[in-house]
Ligand binder design. Structure first.
Ligand code: FES
Length: 224
C-alpha cells in the first residue's frame, strides 16, 4: 500500500534478514518454524553449520522436520527421499536415477552470536554484510536474557505498539512509563534503510525499571 500505514494486507518484506531461531535452538534435532508464512526445517550439519530448508517434501508434502538426519543429509520420513543442505535431492530410494530438478528450497542462514538469521527472499541478494549488528549480545561486557513470546497478533500491530510509546504511562505506569514520557518530543530521522527515533527526557524521575536497579527513584535524571 502506498501513501498509507502498513496493515495486515501489506506484503511482507522478504529480501531482508530475519531472526529464525536462537543459536541454542538449532542442533542435530531438526526443528520446524513458520517464518513469513513458510514452514522451514532447521538443523545443523556435522560441522555445525546451520541449515534451513522448506519443511515440505516435494514428493507428497511430508514435513521434512519429521524425518531424520543421515550425516548432513535430511531424509524424508515418508518414502525416504534424501536432501543435502542445499536442498538438492541426492537419493530417491524408489528410483534408480534422481531427477536433476528434484530440489526443496533452501534458505541462506547466518549465525551471529546467540542468533541464527535467515533470508527468506531472493537468495542472490542475501548479503551477509546486511545482517543487523547485534555484536553486544556476544560481548562478555554485557549481560543478556533471552526467550520468546508468542503474540497472537499481526506483526504490524506489534510494530505499532513498539513505536507508540505514549501508552507507557497508562498501560505500564509502575514499570516503564512516567507522565513525562507521554509529553516528551521525538526526533525522527532516516539513515539508509533505518528509521531512528531519538527521545530526550530531561530532569525527570526515571520509571521503575531503571529506578529500582539504580536506586534513583524519585530523583531527577536526564534520559535519552
Ligand atoms: S513424501 Fe517425502 S519421500 Fe515421499
Amino acid at each position: 500500500m502506498l501513501g498509507g500505514f502498513a496493515d495486515h494486507t501489506t506484503p511482507l518484506v522478504r529480501n531482508c534478514w530475519y531472526v529464525a531461531a536462537l543459536a541454542s535452538e538449532v542442533s542435530r534435532e531438526i526443528i520446524s518454524r513458520r517464518l513469513l508464512g513458510i514452514d522451514v526445517a532447521l538443523y545443523r550439519t556435522l560441522a555445525g553449520e546451520t541449515v534451513a530448508v522448506r519443511n515440505r517434501c516435494l514428493h507428497r508434502s511430508f514435513p521434512l522436520a519429521k524425518g531424520k538426519l543421515v550425516g548432513d543429509v535430511l531424509m524424508c520420513g515418508y518414502h525416504g527421499m534424501q536432501f543435502d543442505p542445499s536442498g538438492r535431492c541426492v537419493n530417491m530410494p524408489a528410483m534408480p536415477i534422481v531427477p536433476t530438478n528434484a530440489n526443496v528450497r533452501s534458505f541462506p542462514t547466518v549465525e551471529r552470536g546467540p542468533l541464527v538469521w535467515i533470508w527468506m527472499g531472493d537468495a542472490d541478494h542475501a548479503d551477509e554484510s546486511l545482517v543487523p549488528d547485534t555484536s553486544w549480545l556476544a560481548s562478555p561486557e554485557w549481560k543478556t536474557v533471552s526467550g520468546s513470546f508468542h503474540l497472537k497478533s499481526d506483526y504490524v500491530a506489534m510494530h505499532e505498539n513498539l513505536l507508540d510509546q505514549t501508552h507507557f504511562p497508562f498501560l505500564q505506569p509502575g514499570a516503564i512509563g512516567t507522565p513525562e514520557y507521554a509529553r516528551s518530543k521525538l526526533k525522527v530521522r532516516e539513515e539508509g534503510d533505518t528509521v531512528i527515533i531519538d527521545r530526550e527526557l530531561r530532569h525527570s524521575p526515571p520509571p521503575g525499571v531503571y529506578a529500582m536497579p539504580t536506586g534513583l527513584a524519585g530523583q531527577p535524571v536526564d534520559r535519552f
